[in-house]
Design a binder for this molecule. Structure first.
Ligand SMILES: C[S@@+](CC[C@H](N)C(=O)[O-])C[C@H]1O[C@@H](n2cnc3c(N)ncnc32)[C@H](O)[C@@H]1O
Length: 204
């Protein structure tokens, strides 16, 4: 199956490089058609993708048919069983999917399934609610259009899409309550990147 470029896959290289440093088991929450899993698989022990869309998982299975260290689950991340202590994930990655779920429940679950010493990485979309949000989006419009052209345009896979409801400020508030040490920064391509290292001493 083909690879393609869009405002989500633009982060893949960075995400793979980061996960590679830790190795171990990696979970992709909302894995869609599995392109990120395909890119992660050669560098880590095992990759697990979960997505409630059966068609997306069919595409992911086709893409990953020759890959042995992958496990694909049709399901809702929020109700996914928490793995045993030994099977907790070294990296939990979530690209353009947090806004499909209730953010507090999703962050709590991500915290639970992450191994102590592991890292959570979320590439997210936020709603524009403040003047600052609107100004930033306005300033980015032209440079992003130029970069899109350089990449020959975007190709979006056939996955479920919804508009984000929470603003970056609201995401920061929830993250501050659930994973206070999380670092959240605005990034190019109308995205933010949330990064959180789970302290080694905590089990939940
Ligand atoms: C915009 S797509 C992003 C897919 C992929 N991460 C990418 O970057 O192309 C959002 C994905 O989140 C999935 N999704 C929605 N609700 C979910 C949930 N509760 N648990 C896991 N995945 C979910 C959708 O089915 C969809 O595939």
């Amino acid at each position: 199956m083909d690879t393609y470029w869009n405002h989500n896959t633009a982060f893949h290289e960075e995400l793979v490089a980061d996960a590679k440093n830790r190795g171990g088991r990696v979970l992709d929450v909302g894995c869609g058609d599995g392109l990120l899993l395909q890119r992660l698989a050669p560098f880590v022990e095992q990759v697990v993708g979960i997505d409630p869309d059966p068609e997306a998982i069919v595409h992911a299975r086709q893409r990953l048919s020759a890959v042995s260290n992958v496990s694909l689950v049709v399901g809702d991340f929020l109700t996914m069983p928490v793995p045993s202590q030994e099977e907790l994930f070294s990296s939990v990655i979530c690209v353009a999917t947090l806004h499909h779920m209730a953010p507090r429940s999703a962050l709590l679950k991500m915290r639970q399934v992450l191994a102590p010493g592991g890292r959570l990485l979320i590439v997210g979309l936020a709603a524009e609610k403040s003047i600052m949000d609107v100004v930033v989006v306005g300033l980015l419009a032209l440079p992003i259009r130029v970069v899109d052209r350089i990449h020959g345009g975007m190709k979006d896979p056939d996955v479920r899409i919804v508009d984000p409801k929470e603003s970056l400020r609201e995401i920061r508030q929830v993250a501050h309550e659930v994973i206070p040490e999380a670092v959240i920064r605005r990034r190019f391509y109308y995205r933010y990147l949330l990064s959180w290292d789970k302290p080694k001493g905590i089990s939940e």
